[in-house]
Design a protein around this ligand. Structure first.
Ligand code: 5GP
Ligand code: MN
Length: 337
């Protein structure tokens, strides 16, 4: 059941002029789609809106209208803005350097998000865990703001819906999601084009990376996982892994949970591991990620942990196995009653 848009959010937007729109590090289609969709909607009602992201725009999403305008935090004077609108992000640390800048300038935050793990860190928090994408929520916000959805906004918003639902395949793809998508299509956004630019795009080097990573894939007690080393990334000429690998693991019939672990280094050079989790319907990896300091949704979540790849994999896989066992008992209990 969708709740209504908070009146405080509508009032805050209608009574101010200058907005900064931001989303999270390691941005996905819903992060870019909601930030850029929001700037188009705000501009369509005569407001000033600037997109900012904690990292340079990924070339994968450079096709989105407005992507060329996205600024890095160091190029922004936060104090000039009335509000920062935080989209598709569950906690303020996810906006990187802009977090400290916002605290210093004491610029108030408006939060619009669908992560169940959202920490409600804004002065107004509109959080709908039932929504399939933040972009889906924005189609409703557009109506409440009387903001016309032009072609630019429609393309951005449909991209977020398509990527977060893996093209209408996730369990949260309700009739409301389909209605929102249909509306955006009617505004001119091309579904096949967006699918081609996102989910159906597989650079050859990513395929080579998977070729190197998949021999090490493991399955134990219905948890499947793979680890990606820096050496494998370098050998395949990749900067990062690709979220689609987790979609492949998530489909493994013999597993209820899946994980990809990617070896990284933080700014100070210390080893860290990015963990990305998926769960089948009836299972929940959102809680596990939240307990580990990350966040996400029941079926898809993640976190970043300090430590070597081997050490983090051992610790987290043990936790996932334990959690899957516990949830299987609860799940089966539910089914049999
Ligand atoms: P992915 O595995 O595709 O990177 O992320 C799946 C979901 O988990 C996304 O909704 C993403 O925002 C969330 N997520 C991934 N990593 C982190 C993290 O380190 N912290 C938090 N709070 N959320 C994360
Ligand atoms: Mn999202």
């Amino acid at each position: 059941m969708s709740r209504s848009v908070p009146l405080e959010l509508i009032a805050a937007i209608h009574s101010h002029d200058k907005f900064l729109c931001v989303s999270h590090v390691n941005a996905d289609g819903d992060a870019y789609g909601s930030v850029l969709g929001m700037i188009h909607l705000l501009r369509n009602i005569g407001l000033q809106a600037t997109p900012v992201m904690p990292e340079p725009v990924s070339p994968d999403f450079a096709f989105l209208p407005g992507a060329e305008e996205v600024l890095l935090p160091e190029a922004v004077d936060v104090a000039e803005y009335d509000f920062i609108i935080c989209l598709d992000m569950s906690s303020p640390d996810r906006m990187g350097a802009l977090h400290q800048a916002a605290e210093q300038a004491q610029t108030p935050l408006l939060v619009i998000d669908h992560h169940v793990t959202n920490t409600h860190f804004g002065v107004v928090n509109w959080v709908e865990p039932d929504a399939a994408a933040t972009c889906q929520m924005l189609t409703r916000l557009a109506d409440e703001l009387f903001a016309p959805i032009d072609l630019n906004a429609a393309m951005c918003l449909l991209t977020g819906i398509v990527t977060d639902t893996l093209c209408f395949r996730t369990s949260n793809t309700t009739p409301e999601v389909m209605e929102a998508a249909t509306r955006l299509q009617r505004k001119g956004a091309s579904l096949p084009w967006i699918v081609q630019k996102t989910l159906n795009r597989l650079p050859f080097r990513i395929l080579r990376l998977w070729g190197n990573v998949l021999p090490g894939v493991q399955l134990r007690e219905r948890v499947v996982w793979a680890a990606v080393t820096q050496e494998q990334l370098r050998a395949a000429d990749c900067e990062d892994d690709d979220p689609r690998l987790n979609s492949v693991l998530a489909a493994v019939e013999e597993a209820d949970m899946s994980a990809i672990f990617t070896e990284k280094r933080d700014e100070t050079g210390r080893p860290i591991v990015e963990c990305s989790f998926r769960a089948k319907p009836g299972f929940n990896v959102g809680d596990v990620a939240f307990r580990l300091g990350g966040g996400g949704h029941a079926p898809a979540s993640g976190c970043t942990l300090p430590g070597s790849l081997a050490e983090v994999v051992d610790r987290v896989v043990a936790l996932l196995i334990q959690e899957r066992r516990r949830q299987a008992i609860v799940f089966e209990g539910e089914v049999s009653t």
